[in-house]
Write a new protein. Sequence first.
Length: 244
Amino acid sequence: MEQTLVKYYQNKWSDSDVEAHWDSVASIYISENNKVKAAHDQRFKETIQHLKLKNSEKVLVISSRDCEANDYIKQVSTTAEVLNAEISQGLMNEAKRVRPYVKQQKISTYSKLDFADNSFDRIVNLETLEHAENPYLFLWELNRIMKPGGIMVMSCPPSTSELPYQIFTFLFGGHGEGPHRFPSSKRVKKLLKETHWKLNLHKGTVLIPVGPLKLQNFGEKILNTFQETWIAELGIRQFYVCEK
């Protein structure tokens, strides 16, 4: 690990600030996501396609929020051992209320995870990188706790989503994102390389997050046609399928 890179990627907020934000919106998190249910759940449906679950894998979901990913994983692999890790106690309480059967673990920071080396076969890391106090340390930690050959499915909004996000929040409200920095795909790929992840697939998704389902599906057809071009960067949810 290079200390110069640790300093380079350090953000201006702390993981505690992120925790405080999600605690403050925990009570409305589920109801606000239900207003854009199709776009929200797309992250789970896409993730399942790339996890390649077979039999009794140990799966870490970080950040788990209301633990909805847990249900999608169990639908395709009843033998998967899923641990849901979350920084917000408020969201953990909500998850316990709606999904009392899930296994959860509280974390205090993304920069130092309380798991042993080589603990997990799969990691689900959705819309979290952009919030981490230090994304470099976060990805290093995920690499440390992943077993050799393990698969991580990660998503985050690209930098081109910042203005649309601000407009959407102004018009429709929502739970907000709190402290964040939406990274360009170029920056994410650089981070993955620097933290020794092998990138197997990068894919832009969700061009049209609201409106009739047919319109949203049309947006996906456009993105799928123009993957590997700048148009794919317009998708508000960029997926990265990685291997240790």
